[in-house]
Design a protein around this ligand. Sequence first.
Ligand code: FES
Ligand SMILES: [Fe+2]
Length: 414
Amino acid sequence: MIESNELRSEDVFLKVKHSIEESQTAFSLPQSFYGDEKIHHADMQSIFLNDWLFIANECELPDPGDYITLTIDTAPILILRDSDNILRAFHNTCRHRGSILCKKEKGHVNKLVCPYHQWTYDLDGTLKNALYMAEDFNKDNFPLNPIPLECLEGLIYICLSDSPPDFTLFRETVTPYIKPHQPKKTKVVFESVIVEEANWKLVIENNRECYHCAGSHPELLVSLVEMALPEDDRFAEEFALMKEKAAKWEKLGFPYEPADGGQEFRCIRLPFRKDIKSMTLDGELACKKLLGDLVEEDLGSVRMFRAPNNWHHFLSDHILHFRVLPLGPNKTEVRTTWLVHEEALEGWDYDLQRLSEVWLATNEQDKELAENNQKGILSPAYQPGPYSAISEFMVINFTDWYKNKLKNYLENHS
Ligand code: FES
Ligand SMILES: [Fe+2]
């Protein structure tokens, strides 16, 4: 893993540690957490270069030789499908003098040929050709640097740490929820990448609550039921709806109760509003061909979140993945992909506008909320404010998770 000496310096350590200690639980974070370069650097070291990140969908690399690239913090990454159909991740940097190997965002190769001096690697990362090197040069000593990769029902996760945290609990807990939707038998039919002028934590915080939904998301609220905690009387009607749907899902053998992911991940099946089947403007299906071999149209959605960088909806007719990657202290990329059954036909089973319009609008609205939040936080008058224990409990979970993660990392690396 890439480590920075800078972060180890005593003053930075103390600054970040002090900032964590002065932050109050269940309050938004102190200003410096939403823009300070040093804290952003600490976030990258402790979280984005150290934890499992959702990257893409297996179906985006269907054939051997298919690849995608991306950059996490300063680390250029290459994900590819090798000749044995195995998905692999590598650092996208040549073992000769470090040039980027694959420059395009996606493509297909038979071999990996460095554009600088043409060192050539097999798809499993072994160096095969390096012209004019010394007699005793041993190619075996210069394979591409691999990155741990996990596939979870078609979802690709990587971790840039040499000793990644355990993935088993997450895998075993969420698989029963998402497997019925057969994400492995899907294709990506639409993609959106937006850049938000906001710290990554504001993007995640905004996603972790629907306190803002009524004021901002008319399209999303056609389908989405705002759920709070069971003791909140305002949501009695929603809980009655949940009870009714749960009886149906129980018969199908589909889990729906909240999975125990602690503060790290969350997975739950929640109903849509009454008589609504999908996240569309009229509530009817977005894709006539249901996912996998599903026959029940009314499945609500499995909502899955894993800190630090992703959330997902698994519906009866399509799947949505959201990937968050920080581009800087005040800049964050959000990539959304829309997936349908691998055999669904555009124009017959689905229409792209109808499929994508709710979340395209919602993402734009969320972008504006996060950017507005960022601007306000930079005010000299900003002070951390209290979260609602009822409507923002998941934001509290997230900021607690974040602070612990950062603190543990700093303590272990001081
Ligand atoms: S840097 Fe790749 S071949 Fe020289
Ligand atoms: Fe939102």
